[in-house]
Design a protein around this ligand. Structure first.
Ligand code: ASN
Length: 354
């Protein structure tokens, strides 16, 4: 696929923090500024034939710069709003982000920005720009090149030579450069020497995608105080423990991480807690604790009980995708039934049912 951009528009780089821009301090690495100059210095060390292929860039640095472990849903919305406001003046956008919650931000942006037609490429690095043998320069190079690719509207993650669909990516290694995979969806492209998009990879959108286009009406302040919880089930988990989360009236939604294809203990008390929470209008969905494969609520009797209790199947979504979709739906001014319907629809290729 031809990646040459049809316009001479620049690429917007939004630097939010993360190891990529960190510098050593007395207490270890902390986020460092002056990113534009430092990025340019790093890109200057590329071979001339690669340098010539780079777009013009404009850089915005957030303040404060953060380690991405401090990111909140409000940061996801700020980022999406900034991209929405500015994207028309750019060929594409590169978001430079810490790796720890990079896949959460990418998934959230995919839902919030499903109606904009520019590539948004999220990247970062496992090592600071100036570290010996850093992965930072090459990740920035690939991200900038893909951000010029008109074949790629939608949100992608570029890391260690691979372009992944943003809403399908997850961090799977704490220290290796190849830290991200998309366990249930093939990669969108690669950049060994030249960037290559495998096919016309626009995300498929169906019916309730109209809801996603309603994004500007989402208000993430509704979900900024921990209103959506994530609960990974463990052997022996008791109903009172589940109730401690779901029974709290500040909680509006929950992502459950169940066993295998969507199993949980044969314990009517657990089902009762879930049913009560759903009856109270809480939005509850389930994915698997297995990174690969899908929840299939019809496979086991326990799954059938879950469905009757009102728990929605997250199919093969990553926890990041399922969680950020719940957050987005709860941030929109919708009725419970509309939220439930929209959760089950595919907006941005985030799930493959059946
Ligand atoms: N702790 C860092 C962050 O997520 C990790 C990284 O960027 N490699 O901000």
């Amino acid at each position: 696929m031809n990646l040459s951009s049809t316009t001479a528009l620049p690429v917007l780089v939004i630097y939010t923090g993360g190891t990529i821009g960190m510098r050593s301090g007395p207490n270890g690495l902390t986020p460092g500024g002056d990113f534009a100059a430092r990025m340019h210095r790093a890109l200057e060390t590329l071979p001339a034939e690669k340098r010539q292929t780079l777009p013009r860039v404009e850089v915005i640095s957030y303040s404060p710069l953060i380690d991405s472990s401090s990111t909140t849903p409000l940061d996801w919305q700020t980022l999406a709003d900034d991209i929405r406001t500015r994207h028309a003046d750019y060929a594409g956008v590169v978001v430079v982000h810490g790796t720890d919650t990079l896949s959460w931000t990418a998934a959230s942006l995919a839902f919030q920005l499903s109606d904009i037609t520019r590539p948004v490429v999220v990247t970062g690095a496992m090592h600071p720009l100036e570290a010996p043998d850093s992965d930072a320069r090459d990740n920035l190079y690939g991200a900038l090149r893909f951000a010029m690719a008109p074949a790629l509207d939608g949100v992608a993650v570029y890391f260690a030579g691979h372009l992944l669909r943003g809403v399908r990516a997850t961090k799977q290694h704490a220290s290796a450069n190849a830290a991200f995979i998309s366990p249930n969806a093939p990669p969108l492209g690669e950049c060994l020497n030249e960037p290559l998009v495998y096919a016309d990879e626009r995300p498929t959108q169906v019916n309730d995608a109209a809801l996603a286009a309603d994004s500007p009406r989402a208000d993430y302040r509704r979900v900024a105080q921990g209103e959506v919880v994530r609960i990974a089930f463990w052997p022996g988990m008791a109903a009172w423990q589940l109730d401690a989360w779901l029974g709290d009236n500040r909680v509006k939604g929950a992502l459950l991480q169940l066993w295998g294809a969507g199993n949980m203990a044969d314990d009517p008390a657990l089902i009762e807690v879930l049913k009560r929470a759903n009856d109270q209008g809480k939005l509850i969905a389930a994915v698997s604790q297995c990174p690969r494969g899908s929840v299939d609520m019809g496979a086991y009797a326990a799954g059938g009980d879950l469905a009757k209790a009102g728990v929605l199947s997250g199919a093969d979504m990553t926890p990041e995708a399922a969680y950020t979709k719940l957050v987005h739906l709860l941030a929109l001014p919708l009725e419970h039934a509309a939220r439930r319907r929209a959760f089950m629809a595919t907006w941005v290729s985030e799930r493959s049912d059946g």
